[in-house]
Design a protein. Structure first.
Length: 207
């Protein structure tokens, strides 16, 4: 019962989102390296600062993967205090992505989740621009199950969301808030072992 209650609490919280991110063709996936995130005009300097601070907290291997794709990403913000999401990622065009962050919540009662949200959404971009679909699915399948399925959460979360949730936990070395990203996906027994294929991918980028 305690496990079920815990999952219900997590899954009732505000969630993240992924909007129709089809896997791009190989030529479209070639990243714009070392350009950094682009910020839309509406992003306040203070919001830009905490987004960049979240990225700076990523472990070196995750930071290398993010560095390979951040030039493909534009960050936008919006304010919707009653919305059902903290943010989402979407593809604008082949090889171009957009992250939208709900600053009404992330500058308010969900400030504690900023790092997790930013790295979860960047995890989606890493997935689609760099990670082979088979590897993503294997990493998602390796995560523990709760025995609970609530809509699109817990055991019914998609492979994309299970991967992005755990990418953020791996990138932050497990230093995430109790609320997490809102999908109720348990962490693996060892984040180091789970992320080893991603660390290997990061190492290959420099060879």
């Amino acid at each position: 019962m305690d496990k079920l209650v815990a999952v219900l609490v997590v899954c009732a919280l505000v969630s993240l989102g992924l909007k129709e991110l089809p896997r791009p063709s190989a030529e479209a996936a070639v990243p714009a390296r070392a350009q950094g995130l682009a910020f839309a005009p509406e992003v306040a300097p203070s919001d830009r600062a905490w987004v960049l601070a979240a990225v700076a907290k990523a472990r070196p291997e995750a930071a290398r993967l993010i560095d390979e794709v951040d030039g493909l990403v534009t960050v936008r913000t919006y304010g919707a205090p009653g919305a059902g999401e903290l943010g989402w990622a979407q593809q604008l065009a082949p090889g171009r992505y957009e992250l939208r962050l709900n600053v009404a919540l992330l500058n308010g009662r969900r400030k504690i989740d900023r790092d997790m949200v930013v790295l979860h959404e960047l995890g989606h971009v890493v997935d689609f621009a760099l990670v082979a679909g088979g590897l993503r699915d294997r990493l998602a399948a390796a995560l523990p199950r709760t025995g609970v399925c609530l809509g699109r959460r817990a055991d019914c979360a998609t492979a994309q969301e299970r991967f992005a949730d755990t990418f953020a936990k791996w990138a932050l070395r497990g230093a995430v808030s109790v609320t997490g990203a809102g999908y109720g996906v348990p962490a693996p027994a060892s984040l180091e072992d789970w992320g080893a294929p991603l660390a290997a991918l990061a190492a290959r980028l420099d060879t």
